[in-house]
Design a protein around this ligand. Structure first.
Ligand SMILES: Nc1ncnc2c1ncn2[C@@H]1O[C@H](COP(=O)(O)OP(=O)(O)O)[C@@H](O)[C@H]1O
Ligand SMILES: [Mg+2]
Length: 324
């Protein structure tokens, strides 16, 4: 074959298969793949365990007198120390050395805040503001694009609201479960996510519809095992504590994605089912909206049915955008 010396052939031309095969190392066997898989698994365990205690839980840091009086309870540090001294029953904080800074858990900050709120001037705003007889404000963070900061935004806002003393619920609607890992949530399968709430809402709709079907002399639509089981589950059963005393979580994991396939099937079977109201109405019926001050919904990067439920539930919608 004639080659142009000015333009030599690239190295992958005219390769002799036998020479190439001899140049390769030993073939990769099933055992080698097993070793790669076990290394990957070790890496994954290492990653998920970072920042966790040995038993796999997270612990919230403590707050110093300086941080508390500057950011959490707006009183002068001197006044703060005096009030603590005068009230030995109040949390006194811990320090490494006798003259060192005093540190308090967020639970203790909450008790102190309640005390200052009860004692102090109403205008001082020690306590978080919550209008009476109003349901929790629901904040959804959504964008159909991934990696724009949805989860980070929702997580930081939730923590910020908790530091201000609000009672916060975080609901992870993203089957990637990043928000769930931030809050150290443990989710076995879809039955510990919002999935049963959506199923329950549909099951209730179906029961009502069946009533009218029977009245019209038509055969009722059957409630399968999933729907029957979902009717037994209340939102409260799905809520887990986090390492933040005033942040609770309804977590997510991969199986939650099943909802994206299941919801359209249910909707085809009962066209009158308002699928977008499923989440809000289930939370409302379960008393969750009275129990919390603010609810943050983290959504997946798609305009799927879970996101639609999040958008429909939201009083406030935040759409983070990547900077161009
Ligand atoms: N304001 C920000 N500035 C810089 N990096 C950010 C910011 N918000 C999020 N990130 C980073 O961008 C990545 C994606 O953020 P994430 O909140 O998981 O996005 P999403 O939930 O939209 O997929 C993460 O690595 C996160 O640490
Ligand atoms: Mg996310």
């Amino acid at each position: 074959m004639k080659t142009d010396t000015q333009f030599p052939l690239p190295p992958y031309f005219n390769i002799n298969p036998d020479t190439a095969l001899a140049a390769l190392g030993d073939p990769t066997s099933t055992a080698d793949f097993g070793k790669i898989a076990s290394n990957c698994n070790a890496g994954r365990i290492d990653l998920t365990s970072r920042g966790l205690e040995t038993e796999g839980t997270r612990r919230l840091r403590q707050f110093s007198t300086w941080e508390i009086t500057r950011y959490l309870i707006p009183v002068a540090p001197g006044h703060f120390r005096r009030v603590l001294k005068q009230n030995p029953d109040l949390p006194q904080g811990r320090s490494e050395t006798s003259a060192g800074a005093k540190w308090f858990t967020l639970d203790e900050v909450q008790r102190l805040r309640a005390f200052f709120g009860a004692q102090g001037f109403k205008s001082k705003g020690y306590l978080p503001y919550r209008p009476k007889n109003q349901p929790a404000k629901m904040v959804a963070v959504a964008n159909f694009k991934g990696g724009v900061g949805k989860t980070s935004t929702a997580a930081h806002l939730a923590m910020s609201a908790a530091l201000d003393g609000y009672k916060v619920l975080v609901i992870d609607l993203d089957s990637q479960g990043s928000m769930t890992s931030i809050f150290g949530g443990k989710v076995q399968d879809e039955w510990q996510t919002v999935f049963p709430l959506l199923a329950r809402h549909y099951a209730q709709h179906l029961r009502q519809e069946n009533q009218s079907r029977v009245d019209r002399g038509e055969a009722p639509l059957p409630l399968d095992e999933t729907l029957t089981e979902a009717l037994e589950i209340a939102p409260r059963d799905l809520v887990q504590n986090t390492h933040w005393p005033n942040i609770d979580l309804i977590g997510a994991q991969l199986n939650l994605y099943w909802a994206e396939f299941q919801i359209p099937v249910w909707r085809m079977a009962a066209r009158g089912w308002k699928l977008w109201d499923a989440l809000t109405q289930s939370l409302e019926a379960g008393g969750i909206l009275d129990e919390y001050d603010v609810i943050f919904l983290d959504t997946p990067p798609a305009l799927g049915y879970l996101t639609i439920n999040g958008l429909a539930a939201a009083d406030i919608l935040l759409v983070p955008l990547g900077a161009l």
